[in-house]
Design a protein around this ligand. Structure first.
Ligand code: ADP
Length: 407
């Protein structure tokens, strides 16, 4: 028998209430998480899940309370990488307990919740968003320093809804160094910029193969550097390592990372970089959110002389500040910095709400000072008009050359 109008209305109201309750629990959980790192890729099969799981393990092992959430709807592989086949999460009341894989590391994966095994599951967009909210709200994550997301490839519903729900999320791109994969990475970077998400950088995977006998690395692709987007930092290069592949297939990623090999070291070093990159990024991102509309605001600063980017950063007499709202330039103004002294410019730009600096050249020490102030720095940009540089950065087409370091 068909439902009466009034009982359908009651169902709709109760579904709405349930949704709101989930969202409240999600927000309460998010408030207990320091930084959210979303691992994304343009294409599948490039090693994204391997990087996400390794990053989470390495963060946990450097003493950070870490969660790993695998929301790869179509192929959740974290349970395989971590040897969690047959493990079923338990729940108490409406809360699901994450799996404590080792000290400091809690894991939840759709693969652990689905009965389907090898069967593919067909999900519609709104269902995926509801499931992500549930995994954030109904899993007892507790207090975390980091929550690492393993996203499905591409810029579909999952990264989109994550970016909208968590505008402070920071993104790591993973890709192989070939044009087809990097074109997708560039698109994904442009997508993140539209949402106002901070892109921490790129992890290049499988650019070389490491010989299991002698350890020598041989390039696998023709034009390794040509394809790589130059406007985001290169965080790590992880070779194709047969030992890593075997460890992943056999659920021994945790053991592999504890080993002495250089691939394990490179993956562990990535965690150190992530920790160092963002001491204040969370705070900086929060400052850049518009509390009214939830839209993203970002202020760029470009050292300028004669209307163009100047290569002489240290003694620059003017900065052009370019404001971007929701991916569009909304204001351009000039600002005069205080007299030059070490550490003065980063603090002054931070006071002026700058989130990104585009520069021609900059010494490593200065870059470190900017990182400490939660300001992202892009070095090696050409001497063009500031607004044009920002537009290119937003579109992912900014060409970066040498860091002409002027200390
Ligand atoms: P994605 O998440 O991008 O689909 P995965 O991390 O699931 O990719 O990796 C896909 C396959 O490639 C897996 O079999 C994995 O073991 C293997 N793999 C990933 N990274 C490496 C690497 N650096 N060296 C060797 N094999 C790798």
């Amino acid at each position: 028998m068909a439902k009466s109008n009034s009982s359908s209305a009651t169902d709709a109201a109760s579904a709405q209430q349930q949704r709101l309750a989930t969202e409240r629990r999600r927000d309460a959980n998010l408030a207990r998480i320091g930084r959210i790192v979303v691992v994304m890729s343009g294409k599948g099969g490039v090693g994204k899940s391997t990087v996400a799981a390794s990053l989470a393990l390495a963060l946990a092992r450097v003493g950070r309370r870490t969660g790993l959430l695998d929301v790869d709807f179509h192929g959740p592989s974290v349970p395989i990488l971590l040897g969690l086949g047959g493990v079923h999460p338990t729940s108490t009341g409406h809360e699901i307990e994450p799996i404590e894989v080792e000290a400091n590391l809690r894991v939840m994966s759709l693969g652990l919740l689905l009965e389907a095994g090898d069967e593919a599951v067909i999900w519609r967009g709104p269902m995926k968003i509801g499931v992500i909210n549930q995994l954030l709200g109904d899993v007892a994550w507790g207090d975390l320093d980091f929550l690492v997301f393993d996203c499905p490839p591409g810029t579909g519903d999952e990264p989109l809804s994550l970016g909208q729900t968590i505008p402070t999320a920071e993104v790591i791109m993973v890709g192989t160094p070939q044009e087809v994969a990097m074109a997708d990475v560039r698109k994904a970077v442009a997508f993140c910029r539209k949402l106002g998400l901070r892109v921490l950088g790129l992890v290049e995977t499988m650019g070389t193969i490491r010989c299991p006998a002698c350890g020598e690395e041989t390039p696998l692709f023709r034009s390794r550097d040509a394809a790589r987007p130059k406007d985001i930092p290169l965080l790590a290069r992880i070779p194709f390592d047969p030992a890593l592949h075997a460890a992943c297939d056999e659920g021994r990623l945790a053991d592999f990372l504890a080993g002495e090999g250089s691939t394990a070291r490179a993956l562990t070093e990535l965690a150190h970089q992530v920790v160092a990159s963002g001491h204040e990024s969370h705070e900086a991102n929060q400052q850049n959110q518009n509390p009214e509309g939830g839209q993203s605001l970002m202020r760029y600063a470009i050292p300028t002389a004669d209307g163009r980017l100047t290569m002489h950063f240290g003694h620059v007499e003017a900065f052009t500040l370019v404001d971007v709202e929701d991916g569009t330039v909304t204001a351009v103004q000039s600002a005069t910095p205080p007299a030059h002294a070490p550490g003065v410019l980063p603090a002054w730009l931070k006071e002026n709400d700058v989130g990104i600096v585009i520069a021609g050249g900059m010494g490593r020490r200065a870059q470190g000072l900017f990182a400490q102030n939660g300001i992202q720095v892009i070095v090696g940009a050409p001497p063009q008009e500031p607004e044009e540089l920002v537009k290119q950065h937003l579109a992912g087409t900014l060409t970066i050359g040498e860091n002409i370091c002027d200390h």
